[in-house]
Design a protein. Structure first.
Ligand SMILES: [Zn+2]
Length: 198
């Protein structure tokens, strides 16, 4: 099996609404126009050897993978789970997702489905920590996990950004401009400017 390269492109770049560059997984940024052309080629060329990850323009996290994987691992689109999380989701663990186990967050025996929303890549070490002691893992939204340790402490993790997150926006409504200074008092009209009373 040949490993596929993943081209990640922000949604707004594909829609022509921004010029934010893409990222070729493992290689680095790729200019906007080339990213758009490669995406178009990927959509029309069945032999394309790369997948396109569409990312959230603000967070840079994966929204969608194209084409959706056709290969299933015990009924699961494992490639999608790998692409979203990239690594073992245990805080600070760096083990690449394709070399991890896929953990059922709610155990299969307990009715947990084999779906991306109920699975997480865990390296064999952390997988056994989770299954052999009183840790629980809950996926709140795709790629966002809450890991609860045996003392009830929560650890939150989120998926990596695959394209650069948007820089903070300048404030739309900064402080109102300072009030204009009050009008200068009218200069006193010298009495002798008055029209003469006669
Ligand atoms: Zn791990």
């Amino acid at each position: 099996m040949r490993a596929r390269i993943q081209l990640n492109v922000p949604l707004t770049t594909l829609m022509g609404l921004s010029q934010r560059p893409g990222e070729l997984g493992g290689f680095g940024p790729i200019v906007t126009e080339v990213a758009r052309r490669l995406t178009l080629n990927q959509l029309t060329n069945p032999d394309a050897r790369y997948t396109v990850g569409v990312t959230h323009p603000i967070t840079g996290q994966l929204l969608h993978l194209h084409p959706l994987p056709q290969r299933f691992l015990r009924g699961l689109q494992a490639e999608l789970v790998h692409a979203l999380n990239q690594r073992c989701i245990w805080p600070t663990c760096r083990r690449p997702a394709p070399t991890c186990d896929l953990d059922h967050n709610t155990p299969h025996a307990g009715g947990g489905p084999t779906t991306p929303t109920n699975t997480a890549p865990l390296c064999p070490h952390h997988h056994s920590v989770k299954t052999e002691s009183a840790w629980t893992l809950h996926q709140t939204t795709p790629g966002h996990y809450t890991l609860t340790d045996p003392h009830g402490r929560h650890h939150h993790t989120h998926p990596p950004d695959l394209t650069d997150p948007a820089p903070p926006q300048p404030q739309k409504n900064p402080k109102p401009p300072p009030a204009p200074p009050p009008p200068a008092p009218r200069p006193a009209t010298p009495a002798d400017d008055d029209p003469p009373p006669f």
